[in-house]
Each structure stands twice: as C-alpha cells, then as structure tokens.
Design a protein around this ligand. Structure first.
Ligand code: SF4
Ligand code: SF4
Length: 100
C-alpha cells in the first residue's frame, strides 16, 4: 500500500477537528455494530491508523462506505464522534485531489 507513512501533523489536525478521537482504545465495538463492516469498512482499524497519522490507500478507499448512520458513535464506550473522524478524512482526501 502506498502513502502509508505516519504523519504527526495529520494526527494534530485530526485532534483539532475532532478531539474525542484520541480516546479510542481499540475495543472494536464500532466495527461490530457498523452495518458496512461486511463491505470492507473496519472502523476500529480506521481509528487506529488515523490516530497514528496514517492515511493509506485502504483508508482512502473504505471511508466512502460510511453512511453516517451514527451507530458506531452511539455504541462507542467513550462516545467518540467517529462519523466526524470519517468526515475529517474525507475532507482531507477531497482537498488533496483538488491540489493535484
Ligand atoms: S468503539 Fe470507540 S473506543 Fe472502541 S474501537 Fe471504536 S472508536 Fe475506538
Ligand atoms: S456512521 Fe459510518 S462508520 Fe459509523 S456505524 Fe454508521 S456506517 Fe459505520
């Protein structure tokens, strides 16, 4: 997978946009309840990578599967605003494609 370097600046930006993201402890509940898991969206793994400042090809692809249903956030033990984290990644991907 290309573009898989950890980027501390990306993590800082994420936490400005959505401070609750740092509370993820990788319990996996979001992946269990997400209706798009069967289609390849692994929310827990998205949270892990973006918290490390990693936006690889896999993340760039699977974030578009999210419907914004909010089940992940409702069930997350730390009430992390996961749909907003996904929104952050989408905006990054869109901004990057505009610069090309
Ligand atoms: S449910 Fe919340 S704490 Fe658990 S992995 Fe998902 S985002 Fe992280
Ligand atoms: S908001 Fe997105 S990531 Fe969260 S459960 Fe719904 S489809 Fe999955």
């Amino acid at each position: 997978m290309g573009m898989a370097m950890a980027n501390p600046a990306l993590r800082e930006e994420l936490l400005k946009f959505e401070p609750t993201a740092s509370l993820c402890y990788q319990c996996g509940t979001c992946t269990t309840v997400c209706p798009m898991t069967d289609y390849g969206l692994n929310t827990r793994l998205v949270m892990k990578l973006v918290n490390l400042g990693i936006m690889n090809d896999w993340v760039r692809k699977v974030i578009w599967l999210c419907t914004g249903c909010g089940l992940c956030q409702e069930n997350c033990p730390n009430e992390i605003r996961i749909p907003n984290v996904i929104r952050f990644i989408r905006l990054r991907v869109i901004n990057e494609s505009r610069k090309k």
